[in-house]
Design a protein around this ligand. Structure first.
Ligand SMILES: [Zn+2]
Length: 178
């Protein structure tokens, strides 16, 4: 089954289950979709596996808040060579094109960029530079990855992991952003 949204479609992916694909060309920096964080989980709103709600659709955002993601955002797969990046604009969370994305290409982000203190996961993204793993912390990446990804780290993520961030900047000789 293919579900069509504005400029994108959701269909089966070689990476994992279903994925989000470009239905038109996107230019670098262009907004693709908004991650809808309007359904936070909590004591009054537990995850409901009996209703088919899946752990993989839960995302963690600032303040340790867990949100249950609706489509299409929840179908964005991770890649070690992502076509998109996550960008926060005025409190809204967007997937924006990281490079030119042609129609038919999968929209991916690298989950590791906002990850710390998690379990490592296997990665089967198929990119030529695939690490084979999504590390449990972005700070476990090698220096070349960190140089590329530091500009993509969200400010809230940096503030919540400041000692690790500052140690990384010190090691890499990068000027801290905070
Ligand atoms: Zn990979």
């Amino acid at each position: 089954m293919i579900r069509v949204f504005e400029g994108i479609e959701v269909r089966s992916s070689d990476i994992e289950g279903v994925g989000v694909f470009a239905a038109r060309r996107f230019e670098p920096g262009e907004r693709i979709l908004r991650f809808d964080h309007s359904d936070p989980l909590g004591p009054d709103r537990p995850q409901r596996p009996d209703l088919g709600e899946r752990e993989v659709y839960v995302d963690q955002i600032a303040g340790g808040v867990q949100v249950y993601l609706p489509a299409p955002g929840r179908h964005v797969n991770s890649s070690c060579d992502p076509s998109a990046r996550v960008r926060w604009d005025d409190g809204e969370c967007w997937a924006v094109a990281y490079r030119v994305i042609e129609p038919g290409e999968e929209i991916t982000v690298d989950y590791v960029i906002a990850t710390h203190g998690e379990e490592a996961q296997e990665c089967r993204c198929g990119a030529s530079r695939c690490r084979g793993v999504i590390p449990g912390s972005v700070f476990d990446l090698g220096d070349a990855w960190l140089r590329e990804y530091e500009p993509l780290m969200a400010e809230w993520f940096i503030r919540e992991n400041l000692p690790e961030y500052l140690a990384m900047c010190d090691r890499l000789g990068i000027r801290p952003r905070v």
